[in-house]
Structures are given as C-alpha cells and as structure tokens.
Design a protein around this ligand. Structure first.
Ligand SMILES: NC(=O)c1ccc[n+]([C@@H]2O[C@H](COP(=O)([O-])OP(=O)(O)OC[C@H]3O[C@@H](n4cnc5c(N)ncnc54)[C@H](O)[C@@H]3O)[C@@H](O)[C@H]2O)c1
Length: 286
C-alpha cells in the first residue's frame, strides 16, 4: 500500500499502459482520477477496477479540459500527489518530406503540449504535498530515429527535455519529475488508428502480439504492467533521490533487437509496416 491516502491523476487511462497503471495505484491505496477521451472505456475501467477509481472525461489536446481535471481532483480530495502524463496515440505518419503542418501541430499538441499543460495545471495543487511526483510518458522513439514516425519521435524527445526543465523548475517545491520510455508494449496503440474494424482488427492485434513477443532480447512481449510497475516505482518514496531522469523499460530493445541473436525473429519494424500494408489492402478490397 505505497500510495495509501494519495491522490493520483492519470491521463489516457482507459486502455493499455494507463489502465494497468490505474489498477496498480488503486490497488496500492490511492484515489485515482482516471481520465480519457474514451468515455465508455473510462467508465468501464472505473466500474471494473478494484479500489477508488473516478473517471473524468478529458481530451488532453484541450488545455481547459486539463485544468478542469486537475481542479476537480484537488477539490474532491484536497490536492494532487502524483500526476502520470500518459495519453497518446501514433500521430502523423508521413515522413518529413510529406507531413502536413496541421498534422504536425496535432501530434505535438497530443504528445508534447499535453504534458506541459498537465504539469502547468497540476502543480498549483501539488505544492506542499510530501513526496509529490510527476511521471511523463516518452518512448524508446526518443533514443533515435527508426522506432516510429518522425513527428512522434520528435514529440517524445521533447518530453524528455521538458522533464529535465520541469525537474529543475519544480525542485524548489519538492516536486520530482521523471520520464518513462516504454519499448514495444502490447497495447491498442498500434491498431487504434488503422481504418479497419471487427475481424480484421482482431487479426491485426494478434499479429502485433506475435511481433512484440519476438522484438527484443527478453524473450517475451512487453505488457502494460511492465510499465505500470516502473511508473509506480518512480512515483514512490523509493525513488525520492531521482528527478529529471528517465527509465527505459524495453526488454533490451534499444540495446539490440532480438534478431541480433535469434535468426528466426522477424525484423520488427519492417514486419509492422508489412502488416499495416496488408490490412490496408484487405480494407480496400472489402
Ligand atoms: N505501447 C507502446 O509500445 C508504447 C511505447 C512507447 C510509448 N508509448 C506511449 O504510452 C502512452 C500510452 O499508450 P498505450 O500504448 O497504452 O496506448 P493505448 O492506445 O492502449 O492507450 C492510449 C489511451 O490514450 C487515450 N487518448 C488518446 N488520445 C487522447 C486525448 N486526446 N486525450 C485523452 N486521452 C487520449 C486513448 O483513448 C487510450 O485510452 C502513449 O503516450 C504512447 O505514446 C507506448
């Protein structure tokens, strides 16, 4: 019960990493304000999860909605102890020679401005709270090119720098700020933006699960709970001397892909692209 009596705010909580982190904090005694744009998913999460989980609708591209979320969490409980800036999606897919300005801006709003505004509007409610901590989701895509589309990678690299700047700005208030860099984690993020439905979506999810289990040196797929455990550690007293840093939780993906030692393993990103292409062709044929 590391978080007994604590108030935790999580964005993008209805699925994947956010849902697993919500369940973990709630199990360990926190009151969790689980927010998302997905109202049905968020309400189901709150109903199905053990502990005090309160769903709040919040689109992180809307700063006013972020402020309302933070204000509500504080007015219901007296303040905020932990903020997990997690919401996200794949963003603009085009490469730098073709990306449209609006798509670029939307990606930055979703993945980078959202984190800045989350901090901006949570901090007034975090000052003076013992052990206050912010965790921001970056990605292995921030390590270097080749893990994701360009706009996503740039936004996630921005999250790392924002984390360092915020850590120095907020140290005077006793608020720690760290980031987490997940590797290939088996969630809906890879299929939610594909314009396919029903059976094909299930096929795509199965293909992703298969790919993710072969992608990295550790011989299993990354799961949302792997990230939730690391987030809870960063937010806990055990990490009280850590701020302005980042944890890579990727089963060794950035050290060397599985095919560096396993000749049977698929080349992950070319396999992902091939799968998406197949899905697009199947959707067009239907
Ligand atoms: N899954 C991975 O391999 C991986 C790797 C690195 C980083 N990440 C990051 O982890 C975070 C969580 O992703 P996930 O893998 O759990 O994906 P997911 O698709 O399972 O969950 C993302 C959640 O964010 C919500 N969301 C999307 N846009 C939103 C918005 N505008 N406002 C509020 N909520 C919004 C979605 O509704 C969804 O519930 C993202 O920031 C993602 O970029 C994921």
């Amino acid at each position: 019960m590391r978080f007994s009596g604590k108030t935790v705010v999580i964005t993008g909580a209805a699925s994947g990493i956010g849902a697993a982190t919500t369940a973990l904090f709630a199990r360990e005694g926190a009151t969790v304000f689980a927010s998302d744009i997905d109202v049905a998913g968020g309400e189901k999460l709150a109903a199905d999860t053990e502990g005090d989980v309160r769903f709040v609708e919040c689109n992180v591209c809307d700063p006013a909605a972020i402020k309302a979320l933070m204000d509500r969490a504080a007015s219901e409980t007296g303040g905020i102890d932990v903020l997990f800036n997690n919401a996200g999606a794949g963003g603009a897919r085009a490469d730098i020679t073709e990306v449209e300005p609006d798509e670029w801006d939307r990606t930055m709003d979703l993945l980078l401005r959202s984190v800045a505004m989350g901090i901006r509007y949570a901090v007034p409610h975090m000052k003076g709270r013992k052990g206050a901590s912010i965790v921001n989701v970056s990605s292995v895509a921030a390590v270097g090119p080749g893990y994701s589309p360009t706009a996503y990678a740039v936004a996630k690299a921005g999250v790392l720098h924002l984390t360092k700047c915020a850590a120095t700005d907020l140290a005077q208030h006793g608020i720690r700020v760290n980031a987490i860099q997940p590797g290939f984690i088996n969630t809906n993020i890879f299929t939610s933006s594909l314009e396919i439905t029903g059976e094909m979506k299930e096929m795509a999810k199965a293909a992703i699960a298969q790919l993710s289990s072969n992608a990295q040196p550790v011989a299993r797929g990354g799961q949302p709970i792997d990230i939730a455990n690391a987030v809870a550690f960063l937010a806990s007293e055990a990490a009280s001397f850590m701020t302005g840093t980042s944890l890579i939780v990727d089963g060794g993906l950035t050290v060397g892909p599985r095919h560096s030692w396993d000749p049977e393993a698929p080349r992950m990103f070319s396999a992902l692209e091939a799968m998406e292409e197949q899905m697009k062709q199947a959707a067009q044929a239907n």
